[in-house]
Design a protein around this ligand. Structure first.
Ligand SMILES: NC(=O)C1=CN([C@@H]2O[C@H](COP(=O)(O)OP(=O)(O)OC[C@H]3O[C@@H](n4cnc5c(N)ncnc54)[C@H](OP(=O)(O)O)[C@@H]3O)[C@@H](O)[C@H]2O)[C@@H](O)CC1
Ligand SMILES: Nc1ncnc2c1ncn2[C@@H]1O[C@H](COP(=O)(O)OP(=O)(O)O)[C@@H](O)[C@H]1O
Ligand SMILES: [Mg+2]
Length: 281
């Protein structure tokens, strides 16, 4: 077990080469946000953009279009119920995040199915929120995980649904056993979030705290992981995931010195300054 420290940040966050353009910093597709949970995908997409991904497209309910463009005009939009537009966007993405606020009804299920069928192992796939809950209920999706090797970001109840390991019984031995079966990276979100990597190594946070317990905090983390993966293209992406998870809680800790609770939008506002300060000297 490796306890993450701030050293991870300046290993990953580097000065950008002058001769570069948006295409060098990754194309991200975020998929989620039904008419009830639009905030989730807007937070995730905002986090992607504030981390520095080059181009971001949000596939969401048309109900969220005005809010999305008001909050992050940098994001492009496609309606997530247009099958051909979704497939086209999936084909063009380097990194795909599916699940924040997607919901779990028949329409959500169809969208998840399209994503899993059209993503390829060369892309980075992050699966969060409702998408994890649906995979837990539809075991026919499990073979896609073994083929695509995604990054799963469950909270403890989502992990219980997927793994059948009760929250009270979740420990590194049981968690690793199931995570290895899935052939996926698992970011198990909790007080001192633990990351189970595909090579069997485990990283853990020793930072973060209850001031982070606000809806949308996990959606923001998922967006940060996507934004980091899009631009920091290391062969060993484990370190990139570790860095994003560390940065999310480190920003929260910093804000919590002057604020009783830390909102996801507070984190998003701080990402750019925090990353600037984290570049290796
Ligand atoms: N602004 C928006 O649009 C927002 C949209 N959102 C979107 O909503 C969708 C549903 O996601 P969800 O996480 O809100 O609900 P769900 O999956 O049912 O889990 C909650 C259940 O699990 C239990 N529980 C136990 N341990 C837990 C733990 N450590 N962490 C958390 N929960 C824990 C918990 O127990 P209880 O609270 O009853 O004690 C409860 O019974 C998803 O797509 C998400 O992206 C949200 O992000 C909010 C902001
Ligand atoms: N007590 C806590 N200590 C540390 N981190 C916390 C605490 N409570 C919540 N968090 C963090 O907040 C996020 C919650 O994720 P999640 O439940 O998926 O939120 P949402 O789906 O509402 O966006 C995770 O990153 C988790 O680690
Ligand atoms: Mg969540």
């Amino acid at each position: 077990m490796h306890v993450l420290s701030k050293n991870i940040l300046n290993q990953i966050i580097t000065t950008r080469p002058s001769e570069s353009h948006k295409g060098n910093y990754g194309r991200v597709l975020t998929v989620g946000g039904n008419s009830q949970f639009g905030g989730a995908i807007i937070l995730a997409t905002s986090a992607v953009i504030h981390c520095g991904a080059g181009l971001s497209t949000c596939a969401t309910s048309v109900d969220n279009l005005t809010a999305l463009h008001t909050i992050v005009p940098e994001a492009m939009f496609i309606p997530f119920d247009s099958e051909y537009k979704l497939i086209d966007a999936l084909t063009n993405a380097d990194v795909i995040l599916v699940g924040p606020g997607l919901g779990t009804n028949e329409d959500s299920l169809k969208i998840l199915q399209i994503v899993l069928q059209h993503a390829i192992p060369e892309q980075q796939l992050i699966i969060d929120g409702s998408a994890i809950t649906m995979i837990a209920e539809h075991h026919e999706f499990l073979p896609f995980l073994k083929e695509l090797h995604p990054i799963l970001t469950p909270h403890q109840m989502e992990w219980q649904r997927l793994s059948n390991i009760k929250i009270s019984e979740q420990d590194d031995i049981k968690n690793t056993l199931y995570q290895q079966k899935l052939q996926s990276t698992v970011v198990l979100k909790k007080y001192h979030t633990t990351i189970y990597h595909r090579d069997g190594s485990i990283s853990q946070l020793a930072i973060g705290g209850p001031y982070m317990a606000t809806g949308g905090m996990g959606d923001t983390l998922a967006g940060m992981i996507a934004g980091f993966l899009a631009q920091f293209k290391l062969k060993n992406y484990d370190y990139v995931v570790d860095a994003a998870v560390y940065a999310h809680s480190a920003i929260a800790d910093k804000i919590s010195t002057t604020k009783y609770v830390v909102l996801p939008t507070n984190i998003i506002t701080e990402i750019q300054s925090f990353m600037k300060l984290s570049v290796a000297p």
